[in-house]
Write a protein that binds this ligand. Structure first.
Ligand code: PLP
Length: 397
């Protein structure tokens, strides 16, 4: 016998993976250049050269027994200090190395933080559309997901919806900006509105409501758009950071949790994070990549290719008459489906060899996600396919 919920989870088909697998098969059948696969959010640009250089240097010059050893569970002390220094220098926020916990990427940061903060009977608010794994991570703790819809015109938070969604059982809220799947960056106005509502509810209910800031796309913004640093605006913040996208290293699994020193019971929160990391069997974050972080924190992969893709795709889609909100960050674009059923729309897109992801699993039906971390050539070649897709809806086909 196995655990039924885990069995079901292991067997549940991931829509995105399924589309990706279909794309692989189709590329063999008709040639890769004829399939326009926009399904997966896998970075398509290399890590900065300094990352490769640092890794080579570490491998050549450090005693392997030291380099590959277990670090202390929250991470190497110098690495944690380098993260705190970076946060101070970049955002002017006085982070404490004693409250930084190195992890195996954002997914680990989130599961550890949620396990530390919430349990059965608790509620966690998420802003839809959201990264579908949030549901898995939250439900595993026994807590309940409370989604609220963002405004469709700009994917900013709807303060009234947020205010109504918070109950005496709300323990946490997850914010993801820049956002997967919309590419939206929460404005300073939105951040301040969220902080004001949470503060008011904390006072009303007499307990902290922790804001979990999921930040794998923090540095991926375009046109000078700024991503407000949430601990500066709301004391009860826990940052779940990842180097997967900023350094283009998603398979290497490295990130961190930063508990704000201003958070209610910050030391307890941190100790619970250590307990959750231990209970989940993380032991310590990958040692080689922790040491890489010490020297490479602050570097960002060259994202000009993403920006070029974003601008060209936006031009193509707008020209074809699709309804899209200009994304300011990450590498996703969220487009309104031309029929209410986004799954049916994606089926019709497939007839044009366009592989798009229906938004249903992101908690906001009626849209599709387009991951534009692909080659520029794919975007150019897809123009006619998008045009044919739009045309197929003219005259009520
Ligand atoms: N959160 C969001 C919003 C994501 O899009 C992703 C990955 O795509 C993750 C978390 C997980 O990132 P990581 O690879 O760092 O675990």
């Amino acid at each position: 016998m196995v655990q039924k919920d885990m069995l079901a989870l292991g067997r549940r088909r991931s829509v995105i993976r399924e589309i990706f697998e279909y794309g692989r098969k189709r590329k063999v059948e008709i040639g890769a250049e004829n399939v326009f696969d926009f399904s997966l959010g896998n970075p398509s640009i290399p890590a900065p050269p300094q990352v490769t250089e640092t890794l080579s240097r570490l491998l050549q010059n450090t005693d392997p027994a030291t380099l590959h050893a277990y670090t202390s569970a929250p991470g190497d002390p110098q690495v944690r200090q380098s993260v705190a220094n970076y946060v101070k220098d970049t955002f002017g926020f006085a982070a404490s190395p004693a409250l930084i916990y190195m992890t195996a990427g954002a997914a680990a940061s989130l599961t550890v933080t949620l396990t530390a903060l919430v349990g059965p009977g608790d509620e966690v608010v998420v802003l839809a559309p959201f990264f579908p794994e949030y549901t898995v991570f939250i439900e595993r703790t026994g807590a309940t997901v409370r989604p609220i819809l963002c405004r469709e015109e700009d994917f900013q938070v709807d303060p009234t919806a947020l205010s109504h969604a918070i109950t005496p059982n709300t323990r946490a809220i997850i914010i993801n900006s820049p956002n997967n799947p919309t590419g939206a960056v929460l404005s300073l106005e939105s951040v301040k509105a969220i902080a004001a509502i949470l503060t008011e509810k904390e006072t009303a209910f007499g307990h902290p409501i922790y804001l979990i800031s999921d930040e794998p796309y923090r540095e991926l913004t375009y046109g000078g758009v700024e991503v407000p640093y949430l601990p500066l605006y709301y004391p009860d913040t826990v940052v779940c950071y990842s180097f997967s996208k900023s350094l283009s290293l998603p398979g290497e699994r490295i990130g961190y949790i930063l508990v704000s020193p201003t958070a209610t019971d910050a030391a307890d929160v941190f100790d619970a994070v250590c307990g959750a990391g231990r209970a989940l069997g993380f032991v310590c974050a990958p040692s080689l990549f922790q040491h890489m972080v010490k020297d490479c924190i602050g570097l960002v992969a060259d994202i000009t290719a993403y920006d070029r893709n974003r601008r060209r795709l936006l031009e193509i889609l707008t020209d074809c008459g699709f309804d899209v909100v200009k994304p300011d960050g990450a590498f996703y674009l969220f487009m309104r489906s031309l029929e209410p059923d986004a799954v049916a729309f994606c089926e019709r897109a497939r007839e044009q060899e366009l592989l798009l992801v229906p938004s249903d699993d992101f908690g906001m039906p009626g849209f599709v996600r387009i991951a534009y971390c692909v080659s520029f050539e794919q975007i150019e070649r897809s123009e006619e396919a998008f045009r044919r897709l739009a045309d197929s809806y003219q005259g009520g086909h």
